[in-house]
Ligand binder design. Structure first.
Ligand code: 6PG
Length: 471
């Protein structure tokens, strides 16, 4: 039987189904297979023109060689199971793409194991949610470069487009694509937490109602903060509950969920020795939010500090403070994520081009933002830059915002409004910009109690020395 399709999709959940439709829209002849047959029948009934594979062997048989199969199943064991079943039928040179949010260490393991069988495995981050998958996601593929070349025309077709091209690039070998996607999600956590904290100050600190907050976010979306997350935030504040006519956002329980990519980002940063406190603060904030019962009980014992009413005439100045602080803190969060990618790229010799990463994050993905234009330019000027805040333009934004940012964090601390991500970003900035830190004392203590040695400022060349501190 001649091959009827040139692209296969395994898994017809929301993301898999939308990507299958997107690939078909861009000229691919797509064969599909889903473990639960009824879901596949429903998909095929609603969308004629797809090749109906009855089982994995049928899917493989339907595809032109070298085959290309996108696996969109839940990250974890299901990916191993599908890869194993596929590999029993595939031929050397065929490509399996894992488009789920897989842990990059799993991707490294799978890539190695499948390469031994002559199969090529591409771990590909996909961002943009349902709508992105259907209309144009940001794609972060990693694996063997030849495998990417085989996929490139199709991936460029389905990816989101910006004036800087299609939002897809070859990230690097083995786990580079999934690592990049993981860090994207880490930045997403920080960005969302910063927006939540800004909302809290607008609401409790300045006293704005939901409609006024929606207007503020709409206004911010016209300037340097312009981004997908700010845009949807403005919309969220306008939505009313059908039954009660109340603002729906007020009816949402304040307990944030998480699926794990934010935690993985923090774990990877700890392992690679990169400080990402803005992202870690966002993770902690979700954890604390989830402890609702205990918070409610504690709130009975610890009242808020006194908080004055902001006079109407001062409101705009206070809103501007939040705007500037948000911009500066956001630069810090992106800088931390990019530093983490740099560290992983060096540790695993992935050679990730961060200018390209900024470029493919400009469209399709959840953290798409105007700021990424400046980030792209910054890496265009200095490819190996460790800390993005060192860039003249981004650093200029932070310098300009700093007085407002400091005033905001200081006041919020005094008023008892928790701003963990704003504050963590500010203290990170104050650390990385300081030529002199108090860790001379830390070293002295370590040497005093454990003879761990230290280096003398007045003779660095001499290397580690030890002193008797406690005699
Ligand atoms: C994306 C999103 C997507 C998903 C997150 C949510 O880029 O399209 O990041 O991957 O919505 O995994 O993560 P949490 O459930 O951990 O918030």
């Amino acid at each position: 039987m001649p091959a009827q399709a040139n692209f296969g999709v395994v898994g017809l959940g929301v993301m898999g189904a939308n990507l299958a439709l997107n690939f078909a829209d861009h000229g691919a002849r797509v064969a599909v297979w889903n473990l639960e047959r009824d879901k596949q029948e429903k998909f095929l009934a609603e969308h004629p023109g797809f090749v109906d594979a009855k089982d994995i062997a049928g899917l493989v048989a339907a595809l032109e060689k070298p085959r290309r199969i996108l696996v969109m199943v839940t990250a974890g064991k299901a990916v191993d199971s599908v890869a194993e079943q596929l590999s029993a039928h595939l031929d050397k040179g065929d490509v399996i793409i894992d488009g789920g949010n897989s842990l990059y260490t799993d991707t490294r393991r799978r890539e190695r194991a499948l390469a031994e069988k002559g199969l090529r495995f591409v771990g590909m981050g996909v961002s943009g949610g349902e709508e992105g998958a259907r209309r144009g996601p940001s794609l972060m593929p990693g694996g063997a470069r030849e495998a990417y070349e085989h996929l490139k025309p199709l991936l460029e077709g389905v990816a989101a487009k910006t004036e800087s091209g299609p939002c897809v690039t070859y990230c690097g070998p083995d786990g580079a694509g999934h690592f990049t996607k993981m860090v994207h999600n880490g930045i997403e956590y920080a960005d969302m937490q910063l927006i939540a904290e800004a909302y809290d100050v607008l609401r409790r600190g300045i006293g704005l109602d939901n409609d006024a907050i929606a207007d503020v976010f709409d206004r911010w979306n016209q300037g340097p903060l312009q981004s997908f997350l700010i845009e949807i935030t403005a919309k969220i504040f306008r939505v009313r509950d059908r039954d009660t006519q109340k603002h729906l956002v007020d009816l949402v329980l304040d307990q944030a969920g998480q699926k794990g990519t934010g935690r993985w980002t923090v774990e990877a940063a700890l392992e690679l020795g990169v400080a990402i406190p803005s992202i870690a603060a966002a993770l902690d904030a979700r954890v604390i939010s989830s402890q609702k019962d205990s918070r409610v009980a504690m709130a009975r014992s610890f009242e808020d500090p006194p908080r004055g009413k902001v006079p109407a005439g001062e409101r705009e100045a206070r809103i501007a403070e939040v705007h500037d602080g948000l911009l500066a803190a956001k630069v810090c969060a992106y800088a931390q994520g990019m530093e983490l990618i740099h560290a992983a790229s060096q540790a695993y010799t992935w050679d990730i081009d961060r200018r390209e990463i900024a470029r493919i994050w400009k469209g399709g993905c959840i953290i798409r933002a105007k700021l990424l234009d400046t980030i792209m330019q910054a890496f265009g000027k200095q490819k190996e830059m460790r800390n993005l805040v060192a860039d003249a333009s981004l650093g200029g934004d932070v310098r300009k915002a700093a007085p407002q940012w400091r005033a905001l964090v200081g006041r919020s601390m005094a008023e008892g409004i928790a701003m963990p991500a704003f504050a963590a970003s500010l203290t990170w900035f104050d650390g990385v910009r300081s030529a002199d830190l108090p860790q001379n004392l830390t070293q002295a203590q370590r040497d005093a109690f454990g003879a761990h040695t230290y280096v003398r400022r007045d003779n660095v060349k001499a290397g580690p020395v030890h002193s008797e501190w406690l005699k």
